[in-house]
Ligand binder design. Structure first.
Ligand SMILES: Nc1ncnc2c1ncn2[C@@H]1O[C@H](COP(=O)(O)OP(=O)(O)OP(=O)(O)O)[C@@H](O)[C@H]1O
Ligand SMILES: [Mg+2]
Length: 279
């Protein structure tokens, strides 16, 4: 799928923009602050209804304008064309159109292209804390299997509930046994989440190694999913949670489970995070 045209209105620096990239590689050049990244962000916003730069979407609306809009025209390899449009006014629900028809979420749109943006701060994915890699992995799962994105939400909800209950038990407002039900719930979603992530990593292993080779990196490049728990099923994970209850109560939060997983990027068995070069 290729973006054949981008139209922006009141998006960042652009009052209006109308760009028709050619079929090959497109290079956008210009002085600092000219609006290059804004244009890239506009493509991303039109394809995903999200910003690739900020979680605070108000920032994308041009200063002084009430709303921003991004429209992309798409063409697939067979020549079929599609269109996506995203209208956004702060405080209001986004207006999303797929081939002119309103939709609730672009993730449900079959022809939506998968876009990947590399900004300098994306190096944090390699160098930064595990939470960033987990979040990225969960995005890969959501993009490749939209139906599975519910697992992460269910796990996060169960984790928040268990942590809240831990605080109540600590304060003497609830009995320890009350945690049993949440342990089971957390373990059930935890195993599902771990399996989703493991499946996503398994699919990424070969392309990652191939991309590393294309970049000319010497040595064996490897992607490895590091799970906190070795539990084979939900029952075993629930038992592990149970074993660590004392420590959790002391700490005040759940210290074990998929929210502590990590994705290791290794070269010759060594962490790129620690030993990799910048480039
Ligand atoms: N909501 C907004 N409304 C108007 N202007 C904005 C908005 N958000 C950012 N800008 C302006 O956009 C400009 C930055 O544009 P952009 O980040 O696209 O530059 P760039 O061409 O990528 O520059 P560089 O080469 O430094 O990366 C800044 O001048 C900033 O003030
Ligand atoms: Mg830039």
């Amino acid at each position: 799928m290729r973006v054949t045209r981008l139209r922006l209105r009141d998006f960042r620096t652009y009052a209006t923009a109308d760009v028709a990239p050619g079929p090959g590689l497109t290079i956008v050049h210009g002085p600092n602050g000219a609006g290059k990244t804004n244009l890239l962000e506009g493509v991303y916003f039109g394809c995903t209804a999200r910003s690739c730069r900020t979680a605070n979407e108000r920032e994308v609306v041009r200063f002084g304008a009430p709303a921003a809009r991004a429209e992309v025209d798409l063409a697939d390899a067979a020549g079929a064309t599609h269109a996506l449009a995203v209208g956004y006014a702060p405080g209001e629900i986004k207006r999303l159109l797929a081939d002119g028809a309103p939709v609730e979420a672009l993730i449900d749109v079959g022809f939506r292209p998968l876009v990947s943006v590399f900004l300098p701060d994306r190096l944090e994915l390699v160098k930064g804390p595990p939470a960033l890699r987990r979040a990225h992995l969960d995005q890969v799962v959501a993009a490749a299997r939209p139906a599975r994105s519910a697992t992460k939400r269910a796990y996060s909800r169960a984790l928040a509930q268990r942590n809240a209950l831990l605080a109540r038990v600590r304060a003497g407002h609830a009995p320890r046994d009350a945690l049993c039900a949440w342990d089971r719930e957390l373990a059930r979603h935890g195993i599902a989440l771990r399996d989703d992530r493991a499946a996503a990593v398994a699919e990424l292993v070969a392309p990652f190694a191939a991309a590393a080779q294309d970049l000319g990196l010497r040595g064996t490049l490897e992607l490895r999913f590091r799970t906190r728990s070795r539990a084979v099923d939900a029952q075993a994970l629930a038992a592990e949670l149970r074993e660590r209850l004392g420590a959790d109560l002391e700490r005040g939060f759940t210290g074990h489970g998929p929210h502590r997983d990590d994705l290791a990027l290794l070269r010759e068995g060594r962490e790129l995070r620690t030993y990799g070069s910048q480039g």
